[in-house]
Each structure stands twice: as structure tokens, then as C-alpha cells.
Design a protein around this ligand. Structure first.
Ligand SMILES: [Zn+2]
Length: 702
């Protein structure tokens, strides 16, 4: 029957899990094919580099030099001083400044356009900061470090900005009311005084945890006031505050100040952190958005929210089953029972109840209708029905979100139009006949097949690593059939370079069928073929490249869950909206109301809830894909390089779009815009029409 036919194809799902280049070639000691071909390092799981346990370079120590540059009163520009473009300026020493990728990561995730000025090579003049019509070119000044020092060639250090350039910058900040943030700040008074005075300085080798002050809890109000900010791989100036100085601590470590906000003698508002960061570190994820939001007074192009979306693939199907002794059972393999399905629904309810920030969470279930028994009645009871999984699934249909994953789970790399049409269209019909609600416009192909990633040898073992030929090598017959059936969104995989979009939370318009957007998923390191902790532990320690890629000894199941939930948490903290992918066997109730999937998911949500007080967005897939679609259009529009201008007297934001599409703003509302109130922010999605001016209202924060 269909179930067994589907099962034989499921080995290709292995490729969905072992997702990137196999780092270590099979060794002579390798056992079965899965073991040999399955070797990979934990690094491969993090193809973007922004999610893994990458060791950052040693942060440079800032040289403290004395002496403030006295600001000179500048004539205030008579016109335009209330108008600024919604575009931050990042000032770095040069293109190699280690703080530059940190700011870029923060800005790219939000999707706000920005400029970079290289202090050492470019001249900072008033013209660089103010348009001829008096409008300020920048709504925020973001410094990589407070002094922008670099070696002067004779053993000393010199700032990349000379005194006149610092004064020009400060004059701009004064006349246009623009705030400044220094990401990495030493104490002292050069070039200006942040009220920071010497405490102790040094590298942070073992992680420390910063606390928020009351002012810090308000400043970073997406975080819980009780949140601890882990700081690692950093050099820190554990500072004290100058008595009587106009500054408030934001972050503390024991008795020392690690972040500060205050006003300069000439009335400019500045914030600063006293430790180094980089784009890979959790401290950047936790603090970066809050710093940008403060710098822009909460009026910015782009947005950042937090999302949790989880796909559990191959529902109704039977998958391979890896046992804890390493035996791979392919016949009969593993298929969920009816009571497993009931347990999934209960674990989902428990998660929502226990973690209100995930209060509307529901799983996405890409299903294979070939395993559905159309004669099994909808029934949530253990009585025999022909197929208990079908009966429970029909009974629980409204608890989950169903996604088209084809009838029989074939590899779709070289299938014909007719085969593709049947696999896609029949799967919709089967499910709808059984009472499941399925969106037409979303398709997840088996193991992401048909999208340019396959083994060039058609006789290669199913576990052999595929080659990423790029989306132009996709199966055109698949795209045509999918398109004709109404599919507009295809799942891709972040592990494949060809599926990775060029911007954050974006998708890729398919080059062979531009009506279709490829929206990538995140892979996980939970085996597609494991159903219980001992199996996952065997898989992790033995098949992922030795100790799961860890240099030390084997990890326990608890350690694996801890590490893998950290990887997913990084995605969530950066604001990534993409779904994480698991497989049906991961939902087996290995003990009462426990499953690998929910052990991992609960850990992610628990850690998130300890740090944040803003909710986790959990849209259904069509809404998620539309969001990704709009983000893609948003970046395209800003690519035109036009200015959105905020008039701070009238609080209007004016922008003339180059194209028809979508734009996101935060702290801005517009007629016809769709607003999502997220924490204390209003995130607005606005539709644009080419050359039709958009006038919106800004609501700046204090
Ligand atoms: Zn699958």
C-alpha cells in the first residue's frame, strides 16, 4: 500500500538533515552507510556562521588616551534642522574594524538602510552629514568604539577622526537632535566624556552575566527586567561613574558599570557599552536592537520581532528508525501511533499554558497523504478504526497546521510534469477529503528535492551527499506543475547556498518561475530517524562526526538538548522567522507526554522566556511566507537608495517609493498600513506604489 511505498523514499529525508558539505570523509573505521556518510561537524549545522559556536577573534584592547576635545559652538543651521533621513551612519576606523560587522548584523537583521563611514580614509565634513537642503542625512550615529583609535605607526595611537571632524560630528548631533551610540567604550575623557572612570579592565574568558539597572530595563524593554546578559569572548572596561556626572548606568556587573546613557556638556544624548562584542555573540542579539531603537528614538525603517515556527515532516508516513545500538531499521521502520498523535496535541497545549509568550503556538505538519487511510473515521479513542493515526489526526485536525508534502514522498529532481502534478494535487485532495485544512499556495517537497540540490549520479546511494547546483538547476517540470496548481511558496533549506536569500528574513524569487518564492527553513541536529533520547544520543555522539562535532567526550541527552536549543535560540534571538525542521519520529511519546521534539522546543521557549518579555510570533505558513515576501520587497525598495525623511516638528515621514511593493517601519504608522503592536513598538507594513508619495506619522519614543 501507499505507506510502504512512501517509506522507501524516506531515506532521502536523511539529506534534509545532513544538510551541508560533509566535512569529514568516511573513514576505514566507519560502520554502515549511514555512519560513514553521515559524518559531519557541528559547524556544518550553522551554515550562516551567525548561529554556531564560532570562536571570535580576540577583541582588541582600546588604548585609553586622555584629554577631551573641547566642543566649539557651531552656528546652528537655520533651515532643515528638524528633518532627518531614516538612515543611521556607522562610523568605523576602517573596513577591517572588528566592530563594523557587529553593527552591520544589527542593522541588516532589522532591515534599515545605513551608510558606513571609514574614519581613517574618509573626511567627515558637514556636507557629508547634511544635505544641501538642510535635511540631516542620518537619524543616528553608531560608533564601533568611542575613540576610533588606530596605530599611528610610531608606537602610539591616533583617532581616525581629527579634532575638526569630531567637532563636525557633534555639531551635527546638536543641530539635528541626533543620538550617538558607542558599541565599545573605554573610560576616560578622550575624545569626550561618557562619565566612565577606571575600575578594572581585562579579557573575559569565562562568560559573565550582566544585570539590567532600572534605567536599563526601560531602555531594553523587550528584555525581562530580571534578564541576565551573558558576555563572553570580550574585553571589558569594568567602569565606575564619575560622581555628579550626567549619566545613568544601564548594565552592571557586580559593582561595576558596563553600559551607560547620558547627556554631554553640550546637550547631546549618548549611550555606550564598555565591553567588546561581535556579530556571533548572544550579547549582540540581546542588546543590539535596543541600542539601535534608542539611537533612532524608535522611528526607523525595518523591524525586528521574535518568531518560533516548527515543521514536523512526514506525518502519516513511515520513516527509518535508528536504534540506540546503531541498527538502522528500514522495514518496518517507525510510524506514529494514534496515542502519539493525541500526546502531541497535549504537549502542544501544555507548552502554551506553561509559556504564555508562546501562547498561540501550533506545529506545522507537512504530511504525506499516501499514508492516510480514507476509510478510518475521525475518532480520538483507542478503539480499532483501520488506522488509528488517521482517526486521531482527523479528530485533532484543527489543532495543527497541515502542509502539502506530496502523496508518496518521492525525490522530485527529475520527475515529469504529470508525476509532479499528481503528487502535489492528489495530496491536497486526500487531506481535504479527510477534513484537514491545507493551504494550496505552500509546498514542501520531499527532502527539498527539485530545487537544484541532488547527486549527479542517479545510482548513488540515497545517503551520498548531494551537490548544490543552484536554483537554475531545479526541475522545471516541478515548478510548472506546482505553479499551475496554485503553489506560490516552496520551502528551501538554509543549509544549501543556492537556497539562502541575499537579505535577512527574505526569500528568493525562483529564477525559472518568478511567481514562486523559495522560503528557507532552518535544519536541526535532531535525527530524522530517532524517536527516543538514547537513539538521539547515539546519533549525535556517533554519527555527527564524533561526539557530535565536539572535541570533548560524548554528550548526555540533556547536554545535547541544551546545545541544540541554544542553536535554535540564536535564530530566534536574531529575529529569524524561518521554521525549524523536525520529523515525525521525533514526536513519538517515548514516555508519558515526552518527545524529542518537545524536549527541544520547550528548552528553546524556556530560555527565550527567561530573557524576553515580548511574545513569540507563530504565524501559519501562508502568513509566514507573505511576511518573507514583504521583507524581500522591502530590501528591494531600499536598494533604490532613496531617502525617507522624518520631520520632527510635524512628526511626518515622507517617502517616494521607486517601485510597487512593501515597506516595514517601526514607530511609524500610515493610512492603509497594517500595524503589529509588538511590546512597546508599533511595527507597520505599508504597501507602496511607484512614485506615489507616502506620508506617514512618526511616534518617537522618549
Ligand atoms: Zn519529508
Amino acid at each position: 500500500m501507499a505507506v510502504s511505498r512512501a517509506r522507501t523514499k524516506l531515506l532521502t529525508a536523511f539529506l534534509a538533515l545532513l544538510v551541508t558539505v560533509i566535512a569529514t570523509p568516511p573513514t576505514a573505521s566507519a560502520g554502515d552507510a549511514v555512519r560513514a556518510e553521515g559524518r559531519k561537524s557541528a559547524e556544518d549545522v550553522s551554515p550562516r556562521g551567525d548561529v554556531g559556536r564560532r570562536e571570535p577573534p580576540t577583541p582588541p584592547e582600546l588604548t585609553v588616551v586622555g584629554g577631551a576635545i573641547p566642543p566649539v559652538a557651531q552656528p546652528v543651521s537655520a533651515s532643515g534642522s528638524d528633518e532627518v533621513v531614516l538612515r543611521p551612519l556607522v562610523i568605523a576606523v576602517d573596513s577591517a574594524d572588528f566592530g563594523l560587522p557587529t553593527w552591520k548584523a544589527v542593522l541588516d537583521r532589522v532591515g534599515t538602510p545605513y551608510d558606513v563611514l571609514s574614519a581613517e580614509t574618509e573626511q567627515l565634513t558637514a556636507d557629508r552629514l547634511v544635505r544641501p537642503d538642510g535635511v540631516g542625512r542620518y537619524n543616528a550615529i553608531l560608533l564601533t568604539d568611542n575613540a576610533l583609535l588606530h596605530p599611528d605607526g610610531s608606537g602610539g595611537h591616533v583617532s581616525g577622526l581629527d579634532d575638526a571632524e569630531w567637532r563636525a560630528l557633534w555639531a551635527y548631533e546638536r543641530t539635528h537632535g541626533v543620538r550617538q551610540v558607542s558599541l565599545y567604550t573605554s573610560w576616560g575623557t578622550f575624545p569626550e566624556d561618557y562619565c566612565l572612570r577606571p575600575g578594572t579592565e581585562g579579557g573575559i574568558t569565562s562568560p559573565v552575566r550582566l544585570s539590567l539597572t532600572a534605567a536599563g530595563a526601560e531602555f531594553f524593554d523587550r528584555l525581562k527586567p530580571t534578564a541576565h546578559i551573558p558576555v563572553a569572548h570580550s574585553y571589558a572596561y569594568r567602569s565606575t561613574l564619575a560622581p555628579g556626572c550626567a549619566a545613568q548606568p544601564l548594565l552592571t556587573l557586580d559593582d561595576h558599570v558596563m553600559g551607560v546613557v547620558g547627556t554631554s556638556a553640550d546637550g547631546r544624548e549618548r549611550a555606550a557599552l564598555t565591553f567588546s562584542s561581535n556579530e556571533h555573540l548572544a550579547q549582540t542579539d540581546l542588546l543590539g536592537y535596543g541600542l539601535l531603537r534608542w539611537a533612532t528614538r524608535g522611528v526607523l525603517a525595518g523591524e525586528s520581532r521574535h518568531w518560533i515556527n516548527v515543521d514536523v515532516d512526514d506525518w502519516f508516513n513511515t520513516g527509518d528508525h535508528l536504534h540506540e545500538d546503531g541498527r538502522l531499521d528500514t522495514d518496518p521502520g517507525f510510524r506514529l501511533s494514534g496515542t502519539d498523535a493525541a500526546g502531541v496535541a497535549q504537549q502542544q497545549r501544555d507548552l502554551r499554558t506553561d509559556h504564555p509568550l508562546a501562547g498561540d503556538f501550533a506545529l506545522n505538519l507537512p504530511y504525506n497523504g499516501g499514508g492516510l487511510d480514507p476509510d478510518a473515521p475521525a475518532r480520538c479513542a483507542p478503539a480499532p478504526t483501520g488506522d488509528a493515526l488517521t482517526s486521531y489526526s482527523r479528530c485533532l485536525a484543527g489543532e495543527f497546521r497541515w502542509l502539502n508534502h506530496t502523496v508518496h514522498h518521492p525525490a522530485l529532481d527529475f520527475t515529469t510534469y504529470a508525476e509532479n502534478e499528481a503528487e502535489i494535487g492528489d495530496n491536497l485532495a486526500i487531506a481535504r477529503q479527510a477534513g484537514l485544512t491545507v493551504p494550496t499556495e505552500v509546498l514542501k517537497t520531499p527532502a527539498y528535492s527539485g530545487l537544484g540540490v541532488y547527486h549527479p549520479d542517479p545510482d548513488a546511494a540515497p545517503t551520498a551527499p548531494p551537490t548544490d547546483f543552484g536554483l537554475t538547476s531545479s526541475n522545471k517540470a516541478l515548478l510548472d506543475a506546482a505553479h499551475d496548481l496554485g503553489v506560490r511558496y516552496l520551502h528551501g533549506n538554509m543549509s544549501f547556498a543556492g537556497h539562502r536569500p541575499g537579505c535577512f528574513n527574505c526569500g528568493t524569487r525562483h529564477p525559472l518561475q518568478p511567481d514562486v518564492l523559495v522560503v528557507p527553513d532552518w535544519p536541526t541536529n535532531i535525527g530524522y530517524h530517532v524517536t527516543a533520547p538514547a537513539e538521539q544520543t547515539y546519533f549525535y555522539n556517533n554519527l555527527l562526526g564524533g561526539s557530535g562535532g565536539f572535541p570533548s567526550s560524548d554528550l548526555t541527552y540533556e547536554e545535547i538538548v541544551d546545545h541544540e536549543s541554544d542553536v535554535a535560540l540564536r535564530h530566534v534571538m536574531t529575529g529569524s522567522a524561518y521554521a525549524h525542521t523536525l520529523h515525525q519520529g521525533n514526536l513519538r511519546q517515548y514516555s508519558q507526554l515526552r518527545s524529542l521534539a518537545f524536549d527541544w522546543l520547550r528548552a528553546v521557549v524556556e530560555k527565550y522566556s527567561a530573557a524576553y518579555r515580548v511574545p513569540l510570533r507563530n504565524p501559519d505558513w501562508p502568513a509566514l511566507a507573505r511576511y518573507v515576501d514583504a521583507r524581500t520587497a522591502h530590501f528591494t525598495e531600499w536598494g533604490a537608495g532613496r531617502d525617507a525623511v522624518w520631520d520632527k516638528r510635524t512628526n511626518t515621514v515622507s517617502y517616494t517609493p521607486a517601485g510597487a511593493g512593501w515597506l516595514f517601519f517601526t514607530g511609524v504608522t500610515a493610512q492603509g498600513g497594517v500595524v503589529d503592536v509588538y511590546g512597546t513598538d508599533a511595527v507597520t507594513l505599508v504597501r507602496t506604489t511607484a512614485e506615489v508619495a507616502l506620508v506617514a506619522t512618526a511616534t518617537p519614543r522618549a
